[in-house]
Ligand binder design. Structure first.
Ligand code: NOJ
Length: 498
């Protein structure tokens, strides 16, 4: 039998570097700070970290605007610090995944600087220039085209004007990215998280996007016809170099779109926004998505409910701004369901959302761009602020409150991760049952040697969660209770609950 790859057995942890841990007192997280927290990660029991961009960048979009792919921004440290973090992680059995943004580069990147200053530049075709821009809009709102003053042309950007899309129809671009991949493999990384990877412009400028209910539907600017082939080539290139974990961020919450990008010749996993980005808590929707993932996803799904792009689960899903019991129940689901869990930094302390009150407190480029677009559309400053607050992603990006952590929640994280790490059926077993009865989600997962039954009660406390589950054998003592009777598990080596 083929060995199970390490990433299917690991709990991953997202490090949003600018707010993780500040080592030099400048108010921004950095590699020296991260180095001091590796023991925390090891004690949690995580098997891999995903580190968000740390490359030289004007930080217009917090590093998702890279101006040099093969270096470390001095504000985060230097290459020596990066290597120390990799070595420190490896010494603790933690793999390191880096975030690669290959859909676009910063407008400060030398390739774009050359292309912008010189219409005859060999780098001109690394980007997409047009005399006649179409109606495509930026995902941060407003047009996706910015005029170039001297040439009468416009350049294309799916995000901010300072994030210029690369032209993936040009094979030279692909070769450049291969070199970047080789560079980081040589630094010892264990995998890549590819940013908005289904957004690559592989087929150039196509038809106008249709408008639906006053909003643009991104029909032709993403998931272009050539994308699967381009990603197959990218993934093959990496796999020829060894065993690396390839994570695709697919910009969609539609499972039918997301699933297309996972496979033996594509991404190992894709981010399941269909499950993770639900705005409010709804046990039946979670159950429906888990069922759809079980039936239709070609490989293990990812299990996450917070990230740097969305409000924190503890604030979003609860009945109060900090509903620790609901968070515990969702955590239990995240660490016992089938898939690869991704914990977002600070969740283990019960950190809540930062809530901006004024325009000055909105740092995120998406929030600020929406503010401008709303003003230009004729809204009042007050209305524009409301739009900006709705779209700003600052909520989950506040510096980690290391000293104020909730130790009881952190202990639950440790306990549940340890349980998963010690239980093969929780690491890679497939569902044999997956049901929702009232507000109780229950399932069983099995490997050839072991079976586990899990019941997670999202409703009012119950005395016996197994009352929902058929069969006498499931009645009895529970192995583990967390929170207000919210999580229960039984395991068996021979098909019977013990
Ligand atoms: C997805 C990243 O997660 C997000 O933070 C960023 O703004 C966009 N991609 C653009 O790179």
């Amino acid at each position: 039998m083929k060995p199970i790859p390490w990433w299917q057995e690991s709990v991953c942890y997202q490090i949003y570097l600018p707010s993780f841990c500040d080592g030099n007192g400048d108010g921004r997280g950095d590699f020296p700070g991260l180095l001091t927290r590796l023991d925390h990660l090891a004690a949690l029991g995580v098997g891999a970290v995903w580190i968000t961009p740390f490359y030289p960048s004007p930080l217009v979009d917090n590093g998702y605007d890279i101006s040099n792919y093969c270096a470390v921004d001095p504000r985060f440290g230097d290459m020596g610090d990066f290597r120390r973090v990799v070595a420190g992680c490896h010494a603790r059995g933690i793999r390191v995944i880096i975030d690669l943004v290959v859909n676009h580069v910063s407008s400060e990147h030398p390739w774009f600087q050359d292309a912008w200053n010189n219409p005859a530049s060999p780098y001109r075709d690394y980007f997409i220039f047009s005399r006649q821009p179409n109606n495509w809009q930026s995902f941060f709102s407003g047009p996706a085209w910015t005029p170039e003053p001297d040439t009468g042309e416009f350049y294309y950007h799916k995000f901010a004007p300072q994030q210029v899309d690369l032209n993936w129809a040009n094979p030279q671009v692909e070769r450049e990215i291969h070199r970047v991949i080789d560079f980081w493999i040589a630094q010892g990384v264990d995998g890549f998280r590819f940013d908005v990877i289904n957004f690559l412009t592989t087929d150039g400028v196509l038809a106008d996007n249709p408008m639906e209910n006053g909003e643009q539907r991104h029909a032709h600017d993403v998931n272009q016809p050539g994308i699967i082939r381009a990603l197959q080539r990218l993934c093959r290139y990496v796999r020829q170099r060894g065993e690396f974990f390839l994570i695709g961020e697919i910009g969609s919450d539609d499972l039918e779109v997301i699933r297309r990008y996972q496979g033996a010749d594509l991404m190992d996993v894709v981010f399941n926004f269909n499950l993770g980005s639900q705005k409010t808590f709804d046990a039946s929707r979670l159950f429906a998505e888990l069922t759809a993932m079980r039936e239709r996803q070609p490989g293990p799904p990812t299990l996450f409910f917070s990230s740097h792009d969305m409000p924190r689960m503890i604030s979003r899903f609860g009945e109060s701004a900090r509903d620790v019991d609901r968070a515990r129940a969702v955590l239990a689901l995240q660490l016992t369901a089938h898939g690869v869990p991704f914990i977002f930094q600070g969740e283990e302390f019960g950190m809540t959302d930062f809530v901006a009150q004024s325009l000055e407190q909105i740092v995120d480029v998406q929030g600020r761009t929406h503010y401008q677009t709303a003003l230009e559309a004729g809204m009042t400053a007050e209305q524009a602020l409301a739009v900006a607050l709705e779209h700003s992603r600052d909520a989950s990006r506040a510096p980690l409150a290391w000293e104020e952590g909730d130790a009881s929640l952190r202990d639950d994280y440790r306990q549940l991760i340890a349980l998963r790490n010690d239980t093969p059926a929780l690491r890679h077993g497939h569902y044999t049952t997956l049901e929702l009865t009232d507000a109780c989600l229950w399932f069983s997962r099995a490997t050839p040697d072991e079976q586990v039954w899990v019941a997670i009660n999202f409703g009012a406390p119950v005395r016996n969660p197994w009352q929902h589950i058929e069969g006498e054998m499931l009645y009895g003592e529970d192995a583990l209770w967390i929170g207000k009777n919210q999580f229960f598990i039984k395991r068996s080596c021979h098909g019977k609950a013990q």
